[in-house]
Design a binder for this molecule. Structure first.
Ligand SMILES: Nc1ncnc2c1ncn2[C@@H]1O[C@H](COP(=O)(O)OP(=O)(O)OP(=O)(O)O)[C@@H](O)[C@H]1O
Ligand SMILES: [Mg+2]
Length: 379
């Protein structure tokens, strides 16, 4: 997959731009607060229909303007395509078009233009909290399967309803008793689909991460890290007693239904839903020990890097070898020389768009350099 051109108008600090991108490495270089991340955010928005930064949609519109426009021209292995987005700073709904056809839901957009985003926060994928790892799975799988995103959206709505019912249980026990089982059934249904999709993804990532980790470690001058074998497993409360159910949607649904129907009093005490995919995690270990406790910082970073590279490999495998576009926001400066060199070597023959304040020597040859100044882009 190759993005050929990204155009933006009244998006963040960009008044108007049209930036041509090439296959291979594209570098957005400039001082702080010039608009490097903003352009990556524009590209990401056309892929996922949302930002990767915590921001309300209206805040993406340039200060004082009514609306923003984005257009992404890209090609996959078959043909040239176009995604355009209009955002409003007011109440008007966003409009998204794919090849001129208006899309009615986000699950129709996500997956058309596939990306792998890598920013400094991802380096804490191993060390950080479980939400980060769930988000890693959600973004990756949504781009492969529109049904996954639909399930996730429905799950979050049902969870909200169920939580509000639980919170009001003490003051209105009758409504609670009359309706809670309905919401539990709905929740268990979507939870089971999400659980099995995530477990399958983690199984695929596990093999790839082990390979990439070993390969990366062998590139270090004193390759002592190499002997240790990483393992990724999907950790779900539903499969705590029997992991074999993770490939059986019906069995996972029944397990969730059992948890959700037999432990209601506990949930009322806690004030929220205690069982479901919103509490799951990826268990990452190194030689059988939890990586977040026992792995060195360097090993944790290598694992995170391997997980991001695996995300690209899995996406390509599902689309006849067509690699997604890689977006690196300020990530090279966070890596040591060996990991940086390894990552750049892997980018060979892929398209990557990266932001940086300082051009490092590893990436200066054969790149498309784009200078960024005050929301303007100069090739
Ligand atoms: N809605 C908006 N309207 C206008 N300007 C905005 C808006 N949102 C953010 N900005 C401006 O965009 C600039 C930040 O751009 P961006 O995050 O792309 O910087 P950057 O070049 O990535 O910098 P750094 O190297 O520090 O990461 C800031 O000056 C910020 O005030
Ligand atoms: Mg930035």
């Amino acid at each position: 997959m190759v993005i050929k051109k990204i155009s933006a108008a009244d998006f963040r600090n960009i008044e108007s731009c049209s930036v041509e991108l090439t296959r291979g490495v594209n570098v957005l270089a400039g001082d702080n607060a010039q608009g490097k991340t903003n352009l990556l955010e524009a590209i990401y928005f056309t892929a996922l229909g949302k930002s990767f930064r915590p921001v309300k949609e209206a805040e993406l519109v340039r200060f004082g303007c009514e609306g923003a426009r984005l257009e992404n021209v890209f090609e996959d292995s078959v043909r040239e395509q176009r995604i355009s987005v209009r955002l409003s700073s007011g109440r008007a709904k966003r409009v998204v078009e794919h090849n001129g056809i208006k899309l009615s839901r986000m699950s129709e957009l996500v997956g058309q233009f596939r990306v792998v985003l890598f920013c400094p926060e991802h380096l804490s994928l191993v060390q950080g909290g479980p939400e980060m790892r769930r988000n890693y799975l959600n973004v990756a799988i949504s781009q492969l399967r529109p049904m996954y995103l639909r399930s996730l959206q429905r799950y979050n709505q049902i969870l909200k309803e169920r939580n509000s019912l639980i919170r009001r249980a003490e003051e209105d026990r009758r409504t609670f008793d009359a309706t809670i089982d309905f919401w539990s059934e709905q929740l268990a249904e979507e939870a089971a689909r999400i659980t099995c999709a995530r477990a399958e993804y983690v199984r695929r990532a596990d093999g790839l991460v082990a390979e990439i980790f070993a390969d990366m470690s062998s590139c270090f001058p004193n390759a002592t890290e190499g002997g240790e074998v990483p393992k990724l497993e999907y950790a779900s409360r539903a499969a705590q007693d029997d992991e074999s159910i993770l490939s059986d949607v019906g069995a996972v649904r029944d397990k969730y239904l059992e948890l959700l129907t037999t432990r209601k009093e506990r949930e009322i005490l806690a004030g929220s839903t205690l069982y479901g995919v919103h509490r799951d995690d990826i268990k990452i270990s190194l030689c059988g020990r939890p990586a977040r406790i026992f792995a060195s910082q360097g090993q944790q970073r290598s694992l995170a890097l391997a997980m991001k590279l695996a995300e690209g490999d899995i996406s390509a495998a599902d689309f006849g070898g067509d690699m997604p576009v890689f977006l690196f926001d300020d990530v090279l400066s966070e890596l040591d020389a060996h990991r940086r060199a390894y990552l750049m070597e892997k980018m060979d023959s892929r398209q990557v768009i990266m932001s940086t304040c300082e051009l490092s020597q590893d990436v200066s040859a054969g790149i498309n350099l784009i200078k960024v100044e005050g929301g303007r882009y100069f090739s």
